[in-house]
Design a protein around this ligand. Structure first.
Ligand code: TRP
Length: 334
């Protein structure tokens, strides 16, 4: 039997290059080897967007299109919508007994987000508890592996603790899942910030047009210590070169190496490097755009994929829940 993957994203915006290198690439790669479930986490998205349900609703389709366009194949991967699986909500309630409030308050990702959103004083219970719900997401199909961006590793750790506690108390039912981060676990933003993020306004989206990519790249942050093309420049940590390394193919390697050399020795201007990057990124994005436009022309197909995926995930979650309830001695009348 194949091992399982469960992973997902909050539908709060379009996915970007950071998502690609952090987790989407792994999902595309691993869908043959694993039985993969990918969730559009609308319930989790609502924990900090409950006042804006339309935003979450609109982004369900965006994220589904992003998945399909990068090559997550609905024949191999089950794509589903979180809120349509009531077993996850049920499981969240059971797991709440296994976690302390203090532990959730110490979760580094939750802590960062609370600070960012100014929630420290008035954190909604649903938001504080979302790692518990995420543990339910991961274990509702008893997943073994969770490909995610680096910022999500504390969530996997929290899930592992819940799983260990469950298994100790009620018997060995759940797998202890492992996190898996991509080749560039955290991609820098176009402004040089250490994280690409929609809210920081420094992202290149998978759905950006060739013109948008060009505009964003030509205004990218590079090496602030370099004033003219003849100054020796820094390559390490320079977003332009980080992207070249992340998105250049094998046949671009020699050209990238030579550009780096010329940059270090002050023999190339930023504009030439950026123009080359525009080309590399558009080569990378073109097949993604093509697949996207095919699915965009066929919204009934996208809906069918989500509906069938959701039904399949629900059937799996039902089976897992039956085992869990039996272990917890709440399997009445069966
Ligand atoms: N917390 C994840 C994010 O913000 C989304 C998510 C929800 C998730 N449930 C999950 C990721 C389960 C992995 C597994 O990106």
């Amino acid at each position: 039997m194949k091992k399982r993957i469960l992973t997902g994203d909050r539908p709060t915006g379009k996915l970007h290059l950071g998502h690609f290198v952090g987790s989407l690439a792994n999902r595309v790669k691993l869908q043959d080897e694993y039985e993969q479930f990918v969730m559009i986490a609308d319930v989790q998205a609502l924990t900090d967007n409950f006042e804006n349900p339309q935003k979450v609703r609109d982004n369900i389709n965006e994220v589904a299109l992003d998945y399909l366009s990068v090559g997550i194949d609905p024949k191999k991967t089950t794509i589903f919508i979180q809120s349509m699986i009531p077993q996850i909500a049920e499981l969240t309630i059971f797991y709440m007994n296994l976690v302390t409030v203090a532990r959730l308050q110490r979760n580094p990702t939750v802590k960062d987000e609370m600070k960012q959103k100014g929630m420290e004083e008035n954190v909604p219970l649903g938001f504080l508890a979302y790692p518990v719900s995420q543990a339910a997401d991961i274990t509702c199909v008893n997943a073994d592996l969770v490909p995610v961006g680096e910022d999500q590793l504390p969530m996997i750790e929290q899930t592992r603790e819940i799983v260990r506690r469950f298994n100790t108390l009620y018997g060995n039912v759940l797998h202890e899942p492992k996190g898996l981060v991509g080749s560039s676990p955290r991609l820098v933003g176009t402004d040089g910030n250490n994280k690409m993020s929609k809210s920081l306004n420094n992202a290149i989206f998978l759905s950006d047009s060739a013109d948008e990519v060009e505009k964003k790249v030509m205004s990218m942050y590079t090496d602030p210590t370099r004033l003219k093309a003849t100054d020796p420049g820094h390559v390490e940590g320079n977003p332009v070169f980080v992207y070249l390394d992340a998105f250049g193919t094998d046949k671009d390697k020699d050209q990238i190496t030579s550009l780096k050399e010329r940059y270090r020795t002050g023999q190339v201007g930023d504009v030439e490097v950026k123009k080359y990057l525009v080309q590399i990124l558009n080569n990378f994005l073109d097949p993604i755009r093509k697949r996207r436009s095919e699915y965009e022309k066929n919204p009934e197909l996208v809906e069918k994929i989500l509906k069938e995926g959701t039904e399949k995930a629900r059937a799996e979650a039902q089976q897992t829940l039956a085992k869990i309830k039996k272990a917890m001695k709440i399997d009445y009348f069966s």
